[in-house]
Write a protein that binds this ligand. Structure first.
Ligand SMILES: Nc1ncnc2c1ncn2[C@@H]1O[C@H](COP(=O)(O)OP(=O)(O)O)[C@@H](O)[C@H]1O
Ligand SMILES: C=C(OP(=O)(O)O)C(=O)O
Ligand SMILES: [Ca+2]
Ligand SMILES: [Mn+2]
Length: 559
C-alpha cells in the first residue's frame, strides 16, 4: 500500500494515516491537563510531543526555511543571534536558592514578578503559533541523579536540537514521564520587552529554580538551551546531591582509565575527546559522583569552522540524517556544507546524537574515577607551554583563575581571541561560588590521586596575529603521551615566571615548541608578553585570595 500524507485538521478531525499529525501527538491525558494549566490554548495550537525526527525535518523545511545537506543533515539558521548572550542571562532571586547562588556579574538577579511577565509573554507567543513542539527527555545518564526535562518551543529546529542534546527516552519512559523536573519555554523568535523592569535588551534567558523553569525570548541560538540545562545541573548536582558538575568532556581508554578535559568554549573539549583510541563519554557537560563520571547530555555540539574530514574524521562523519547544522552555508547545487565560510558566524555548529560517534560509550557513564584531568587553555598571548604538569596547589590556582581566551563568535560581540579569566573554565555557567566547585575538585583529585595537566591549545611561537595556533596534530600527540603514561615519566624543566613543569621531549613534537621562550624568535617581545600576562593573573586572583589556602595563592606566577 502506498503511503499517503495525512492533512492535519486543526479543528478536531482525526487524521487517517500519519499519527504524528494528530493535533496533540504524543500527549497523554495527564499531559494535556498540565499544558492547559500552564496556559496553553489547546484548542488553537497543534502540539507535537517527541515527534519523529523526519517530521521535525519536514516542518523545519516547510515553515522555517531549513534545507537538507548532501549528507542528510538538516541545515538551519538561528537568525540574528549566532552565539550566546551572557549579558542577557538572569537568575530569579527567590528564597529556595538565593543563599546558594553567587550573585554578581555572572549571575544577574531578576525578580519573581519580572519572570512571570516574561514567562507569560513566551506562552502568549507560543499560543499564536500553529505548531508548538515539545520534547521530553533526560539530563544525566546516571538514573540516580538524572532529571526529567521538558522543552516547549515554537521551532521544529529547537525541538530537534534538544532531541539530539538531551537523553532520548524509551517509549516506556516517555509513557511514564509524568511531571518534568525542569521546563524550558523557548519563544526565542519573539523579543522581550525592553521596557520591562530589569530588561536591558530584547534578549532574555532566565532561570527560575523555584518554579523549575527557564524562559527564552529574543534569541534563537540553540546553544542557550543546552548551556541553560548545564547551569541548572551546575546548581542541582552540588546542592541537592553533593556531586561535582564539570564543564568538561570525558573519555575512557581501553584499560578503563577516564580523562576529563576542562575548557571554556572553543578550547578543544569536543575535538580532543573525539579520539579513535578511546571511548567517548561526552563532549561538554559531566558530573563526577562517588560512583564515577556520567555525561549530562545525549549528544554533542561541535564547532564546524574549518572542519576537515581528515583531521576530525569522527565529527565529520557524525554529520548525517538527524544531525543539525547551524548557520553553515552550502552549495546550492550539491548541498555540500561549506565549512570554510564564516559569512554568517565563526560559531558554526553541528548537533548530533552521541551514538553518531562510532566509539561512543553507551550508556555514557563510567564507574572509574578519573585518572587524568586536563585543563584546556587557549592562550592568545602564546606564552604558555603546550603542556605542563601541575601539582595540587597549582591545580587549584589554575582552576579558580580559569585563564584562557574567548573564541570568536561563541559569545555575542567577540570578534577575535580575547584573553579572559573564566573561573572553573566556564564562568558563564557557574551558579555557586567558584571556591565550592574548586574545593570539591581538589578533594576528589587528591583522594583519587588524579594527575592534572595544563594544555595550551592556543598560540605558540608568538601571540595571536604573529604566532600560530598549536597544530592540532601536536596537541593530539601530547594527549596520547598523557594517556600512554610516557609524559608522566618524562624529563621536566621549570618555566621561571609561571613556575610550570614543562617536559623537555615528546616523541613527534619539535622540542623547541615545548618551551615558549625557545619557540619565540622575538625574545624581548616574549619577556614583555610574559610579564603582562603574569600581572594579569595576580590581579585576577585577588578576588579568590581570601577563599583559599596561602599555598594556593603562592602557586601563581612569580612577578
Ligand atoms: N591544538 C588544537 N587543539 C584543539 N582544537 C584546535 C587546535 N587547533 C585548532 N583547533 C580548533 O579549535 C576548535 C576547538 O573547538 P571545540 O573542540 O569545539 O571546543 P569546545 O568543545 O571546548 O568548545 C575546533 O574548531 C578545532 O578544530
Ligand atoms: C555551546 C557552547 O559551548 P561549547 O563551545 O563549550 O560547546 C557555547 O558556549 O555556546
Ligand atoms: Ca485542536
Ligand atoms: Mn564543545
Amino acid at each position: 500500500m502506498p503511503h499517503r500524507t495525512a492533512t492535519p485538521d486543526r479543528h478536531g478531525e482525526e487524521p487517517t494515516v500519519d499519527p504524528s499529525q494528530h493535533p496533540t501527538y504524543g500527549l497523554l491525558g495527564k499531559d494535556l491537563t498540565m499544558f492547559s494549566e500552564a496556559g496553553f490554548d489547546m484548542d488553537k495550537i497543534h502540539l507535537k510531543r517527541n515527534a519523529p525526527v523526519a517530521q521535525l525535518y519536514e516542518d523545519a523545511i516547510k515553515y522555517e526555511g531549513a534545507v537538507i545537506a548532501a549528507s542528510g543533515a538538516l541545515i538551519n539558521f538561528s537568525g540574528k543571534k549566532t552565539g550566546r548572550s551572557p549579558k542577557d542571562k538572569r537568575i530569579v532571586y527567590e528564597e529556595t536558592s538565593k543563599d546558594d547562588v553567587w550573585w554578581g556579574a555572572i549571575n544577574i538577579q531578576m525578580d519573581e514578578h519580572t519572570f512571570e511577565i516574561n514567562r507569560e509573554r513566551a506562552i502568549d507567543y507560543l499560543n499564536t503559533r500553529d505548531n508548538v513542539y515539545v520534547f521530553d527527555g533526560f539530563a544525566g545518564w546516571d538514573p540516580k541523579y538524572r532529571i526529567k526535562v521538558r522543552v516547549i518551543a515554537s521551532r521544529a529546529y529547537h525541538a530537534l536540537f534538544m532531541h539530539n542534546m538531551l537523553i532520548r527516552p524509551t517509549a516506556k519512559e516517555l509513557e511514564d514521564f509524568g511531571t518534568p523536573d525542569f521546563t524550558i519555554y523557548n519563544a526565542g523568535q519573539f523579543p522581550a520587552n525592553r521596557f520591562t523592569a530589569g530588561m536591558t535588551s530584547q534578549t532574555s534567558v532566565e532561570v527560575n529554580f523555584k518554579r523549575r523553569e527557564m524562559v527564552i525570548l529574543g534569541t534563537e541560538y540553540a546553544g542557550e538551551m543546552k548551556k541553560g540545562i548545564f547551569s541548572v545541573m551546575h546548581y542541582l548536582q552540588p546542592v541537592k546531591f553533593g556531586n561535582l558538575s564539570l564543564h568538561s568532556s570525558a573519555n575512557q581508554g581501553p584499560d578503563g582509565d577516564v580523562s576529563l578535559f576542562f575548557g571554556l568554549s572553543g578550547t578543544g573539549k569536543t575535538t580532543l575527546s573525539a579520539d579513535p583510541s578511546r571511548a567517548l563519554i561526552g563532549d561538554d557537560e559531566h558530573v563526577w559522583s562517588d560512583s564515577g563520571v556520567f555525561n549530562i547530555e545525549g549528544g554533542c555540539y561541535a564547532k564546524c569552522v574549518g572542519l576537515d574530514a581528515e583531521k576530525e574524521p569522527a565529527i565529520f562523519s557524525a554529520i548525517r540524517f538527524g544531525s543539525i547544522l547551524e548557520n553553515v552555508t552550502y552549495d546550492y547545487q550539491t548541498r555540500e556544507p561549506n565549512y570554510e565560510d564564516t559569512g554568517i558566524t565563526e560559531n558554526t555548529r553541528c548537533a548530533y546524537p552521541i551514538e553518531y560517534i562510532e566509539n561512543a560509550m553507551i550508556p555514557c557513564m563510567s564507574s572509574a574515577q578519573p585518572k587524568n584531568v586536563i585543563y584546556l587553555c587557549c592562550d592568545a598571548f602564546g606564552v604558555l607551554p603546550p603542556v605542563s604538569l601541575l601539582d595540587a596547589n597549582q591545580a587549584q590556582y589554575w582552576f579558580l583563575s580559569g585563564y584562557t581566551s574567548k573564541t570568536p563568535g561563541t559569545e555575542d560581540g567577540i570578534a577575535e581571541p580575547t584573553p579572559t579569566f573564566s573561573t572553573c573554565f566556564g564562568a558563564p555557567f557557574i551558579v555557586l561560588h567558584p571556591s565550592r566547585y574548586a574545593a570539591m575538585l581538589g578533594k576528589k583529585m587528591s583522594e583519587q590521586n588524579t594527575k592534572c595537566w595544563l594544555v595550551n591549545t592556543g598560540w605558540v611561537g608568538g601571540a595571536f596575529g604573529v604566532g600560530k595556533r598549536c597544530p592540532l596534530k601536536y596537541t593530539r600527540k601530547i594527549i596520547d603521551a598523557i594517556h600512554d603514561g610516557s609524559l608522566a615519566n618524562a624529563e621536566y624543566k621549570t618555566n621561571p615566571v609561571f613556575n610550570l613543569a614543562m617536559p623537555t621531549k615528546i616523541e613527534g613534537i619539535p622540542s623547541e615548541l615545548l618551551d615558549p621562550e625557545q619557540a619565540w624568535s622575538d625574545k624581548a617581545g616574549y619577556k614583555a608578553q610574559v610579564t603582562k600576562l603574569a600581572d594579569m593573573f595576580t590581579k585576577a586572583f585577588e578576588r579568590y585570595a581570601n577563599e583559599c589556602a596561602p599555598e594556593v595563592v603562592a602557586a601563581g606566577p612569580r612577578v
